[in-house]
Design a protein around this ligand. Structure first.
Ligand code: SF4
Ligand code: FES
Length: 257
């Protein structure tokens, strides 16, 4: 099949960008979206032109590097699918496809379709970990975890940090990402000692990075390639509210608040 592509080209973060037209010829329906872009890039390189820059690594839907707006939809038309796992069989011969980088104030464009998602790393650095002296690995059965908690934590842990939730949200909110990380650790026994601190620090960092607030549009869970539920946002709000109340009580008791 052949496709008419309109691709965002931008040489660097401080230069202006614009949509450029390309033809993708002889595309196999079995190719992934990134493989289709590889073919276009090979043609551009052979002509001596600059290839289209885009992020990718595993190409297996697990690293979270890839991601672009495809016809205005984060990761394209296939639900629960990262761009690298999207196949060309979901497009039709002659289709016009618009390809843009994530659009969010907290994700500045580096080049073409690559954006800087360092803000998500800084949210993790602010509390997305368990800082205990681990020693040797414990026997798996020595810390019992309720089945429902294990399942919920596992679902939240599926987040690959791609940033599609931010790009899809009309507010540019990183709530789904942050909530997934807070819910993942907050539901496991190992995550309890730092649960309050984690929620407060990660939410504060999210605000500091310039992400918008969540007003429950729900676009994030629709765009998420791992189908993380917005229920995690309710858990984040719960943890944040209780942590704030406990802190206030502590200050009152200590006579400092
Ligand atoms: S919550 Fe989903 S969309 Fe957001 S960063 Fe994680 S995997 Fe990507
Ligand atoms: S390249 Fe790793 S998730 Fe797409």
């Amino acid at each position: 099949m052949n496709l008419n592509l309109h691709v965002w080209r931008q040489a660097s973060s401080d230069s202006p960008g614009k949509m450029e037209r390309y033809e993708a010829r002889d595309v196999s329906p079995d190719m992934s979206f990134l493989e289709m872009l590889d073919v276009v890039n090979e043609e551009l390189t052979n002509k001596g032109e600059m290839p289209i820059a885009f992020d990718h690594d595993c190409r297996e839907g697990i690293c979270g590097s890839c991601g672009m707006m495809i016809n205005g939809v984060a990761h394209g038309p296939q639900r629960g699918t990262a761009t690298c796992q999207l196949h060309m069989r979901h497009f039709t011969d002659g289709e016009v496809v618009w390809i843009e980088p994530w659009r969010a104030a907290a994700f500045p464009v580096i080049k073409d379709l690559c954006v800087n998602r360092g803000a998500l790393d800084r949210i993790i650095q602010s509390g997305g970990y368990v800082s205990v002296a681990t020693g040797n690995a414990q026997d798996a059965n020595s810390i019992p975890v309720r089945k429902q908690d294990a399942d919920n934590a596992m679902d939240a842990a599926a987040c690959i940090g791609c940033g599609a939730c931010v790009a899809a949200c009309p507010n540019g909110s990183a709530s789904l990402f942050t909530a997934a990380k807070i819910s993942h650790l907050g539901q496991l026994p190992q995550g309890q000692p730092e649960r309050d601190r984690r929620a407060m620090r990660m939410v504060a960092q999210m605000d500091e990075e310039g992400f918008g607030h969540c007003t429950l549009y729900g676009e994030c869970q629709e765009a998420c390639p791992k189908e993380i539920s917005i229920d995690t946002i309710a858990r984040m709000n719960h943890d944040f509210a209780f942590a704030t109340l406990r802190k206030r009580e502590e200050r009152k008791l200590a006579g400092t608040g």
